[in-house]
Design a protein around this ligand. Structure first.
Ligand SMILES: Nc1ncnc2c1ncn2[C@@H]1O[C@H](COP(=O)(O)OP(=O)(O)OP(=O)(O)O)[C@@H](O)[C@H]1O
Length: 383
């Protein structure tokens, strides 16, 4: 694969003496998505804007597709570089379709062809052109506007895309959705992408490689797993560890020792008068999980436990991650989840409560801080 973007000892010193980018060298391969991540003010946006000459470097050279961009007319350069920013900057008085068709139209593509292409692109970013195409930007949600921004940047089919916090202004749920859509889109269009974010999760999720910025320089430039697993400097370790708890959630397995043992009854049992607690777990003859029964259902009833028990949908195999356990709890709005053995065809092992989940997470974070090697999450059970 060729190199599409190359920085050669690039420096940007602003007129007031601020060194925003300091002797920076790196390369982005054709079709590669590189995320630039770092705290506010570290020089990410400056780096990005030098690629399409919105900002001129004070030292060094930048090449796009082998050409020194200092020698390329900025307007012509920008035709080959799509640009998506947080405040999408759609024309308010133009429809979504017209907004998307703007650039091809400017480039001399016939109006009808430009509109047909725009409709295709809208569909590609998950908007139905027949529904949204004739709307105006103010008639869209924030997430939909960002999608139009992406479609418009792709309209001239540029080989390079610059994206500056494109999903920064939408709520976390929409954001995750846009990220997955964008990954899918990128697997089809394979643009060379520079993507600025201050969110390490986003950087890890999207990037083929991540450039972690310190002040004006790159502290580490590696694949996501390397950045997370082998931070090059204490600064990087600190930066990627900022939300260590959340990360531990997905790498910490549910272990038998984390579980509580609630009262147990069997399907064939005669309905007990007293459960001895507010609820009990119901198992079948083989001690496999069937469901649960509440004290209220048991009180004063007749017949067997099986006549009154409810199925339990919130369950997980042991070895699944705490993150999955948490998601299962939320999904079923359950106060606890059942944990079963995988090897023995679903033998019931115990229940995980929110308090136990939290304890397990605390232990994992403490062990991490003490550098104790961890038990791996069972990858087969990670959805
Ligand atoms: N026109 C300017 N004149 C002087 N200093 C500037 C100018 N633009 C940016 N800077 C400074 O350069 C440094 C890098 O800014 P830049 O916008 O590239 O950072 P960033 O990493 O993109 O930050 P953010 O995530 O907050 O956008 C900052 O210290 C900033 O204050």
């Amino acid at each position: 694969m060729g190199r599409m973007i190359r920085f050669e000892r690039v420096t940007k010193r602003y007129a007031d003496g601020t060194t925003a980018v300091d002797d920076l060298s790196f390369e982005v391969a054709e079709g590669e998505l590189v995320t630039l991540v770092g705290p506010s003010g570290c020089g990410k946006t400056t780096t990005m804007k030098m690629v399409n000459r919105l900002i001129e470097p004070t030292g060094g050279r930048i090449f796009v597709d082998g050409q020194d961009i200092a020698e390329v007319d900025p307007v012509r350069l920008r035709r080959r570089i799509g640009y998506v920013i947080q405040q999408v900057g759609l024309f308010p008085h133009k429809t979504v379709l017209e907004n998307t068709a703007t650039v091809p139209h400017l480039l001399g593509v016939k109006r009808s062809a430009a509109r047909a292409r725009a409709a295709e692109l809208l569909a590609l970013v998950g908007l139905d052109p027949s529904v949204h195409g004739d709307r105006y930007p103010e008639q869209l949600s924030g997430g939909q506007r960002q999608r139009v921004g992406v479609a418009r940047a792709l309209a001239a089919d540029p080989p390079v895309l610059l994206m500056d916090e494109p999903f920064g202004a939408v709520d976390p749920v929409v954001r995750e959705h846009l990220q997955s859509e964008f990954l899918k889109l990128q697997s089809e269009v394979r643009k060379t992408v520079l993507f600025v974010t201050h969110d390490i999760e986003e950087a890890v999720r999207l990037g083929d490689r991540i450039a972690v910025y310190g002040q004006g320089r790159i502290e580490q430039f590696d694949a996501p797993a390397t950045v997370l697993g082998a931070p090059a400097t204490p600064y990087v370790a600190d930066f990627v560890g900022a939300d260590r708890g959340l990360k531990r959630l997905s790498v910490t397995p549910v272990e038998p020792g984390d579980l509580e043992q609630p009262p147990i009854v069997h399907l064939d049992d005669a309905l007990p008068r007293e459960l001895g607690s507010r609820w009990a777990v119901v198992l079948d003859r083989d001690d496999n999980l069937h469901g649960w029964i509440s004290a209220g259902q048991a009180a004063g009833g007749t017949g067997t436990v099986g006549d009154h028990a409810r199925r339990m949908e919130a369950w997980l195999p042991v070895g699944a991650s705490l993150k999955q356990a948490f998601a299962t709890m939320l999904q079923h709005d359950a106060g606890w989840i059942a944990v079963i053995d995988r090897e023995e065809r679903g033998r019931f092992l115990g229940v995980l409560t929110p308090a136990r989940l939290h304890e397990a997470l605390r232990r994992s974070i403490d062990a991490d801080a003490r550098d104790v090697p961890r038990t791996d999450v069972d990858l087969e059970t990670v959805g």
